[in-house]
Design a protein. Sequence first.
Length: 245
Amino acid sequence: MSCLAKNPGDRPQSVEDILRVLKKLEESLAHSLVLVDRINQVLEKSPVVSESRQKLVPSVDEICRQASWPKDKPLATIVFPHVIRKNSEVLPTLWVMLKKQDIQNRQVSTRYNQFLFLERPHPMVLWITALHNREYGANWLPCYLDLKTPLGQKMARLLGQTGSYRILFFAISEPEHCTSVMTSTIDPVQRQRLVQWANTSQALVSTAQPQFSKKVLKQEFEKLKPKILMKLEAIHTDYPTNISE
């Protein structure tokens, strides 16, 4: 840029001076091009993760919240097991329909689960889930898994393998979307038992209708309720906690 200097004394005085200036400019430009080339090489080797692509991959809870109540299920206070998929993952969930106020009342609650197994006359698991808080008491969400059915086998194994399950809540007045989602973890010993029960049941021969085993398990559940309730009431916390036994 010295060629354009206002002071004549600062300008190149000969052709040699001009050539030296041009050579320096050429060397500087060549160096810059080398740097640009190196930067491009590094960028080509580095994995580029698109921000928009990351946002397109929803979490398990987001997938659950997008769920709607099945058309073949009644709009009533019921509980049933369901398998959901997240990419290649298969996850166990418990779908619950309650009054909207009941769901809101138990947003902060202790989550409890326990599993009871009856081998005969028909292999059946009673999957006990309870939500408890000090103000509103306990909400019992029992569910049966028939281990002679594909769904019962799959759910028992998934519960044992994953060690947790999502509870999806739907309001009777708003069945078109999931109102809230909770996670309940399973005791390691119970996880092992669930897989063992599924394996054992494959070789067992049913000698009565499934309803008979459900009736026996329900009677046992009613006996256990006071003991479970005492345990839940002894916790005395307003924070979400999880109990499994």
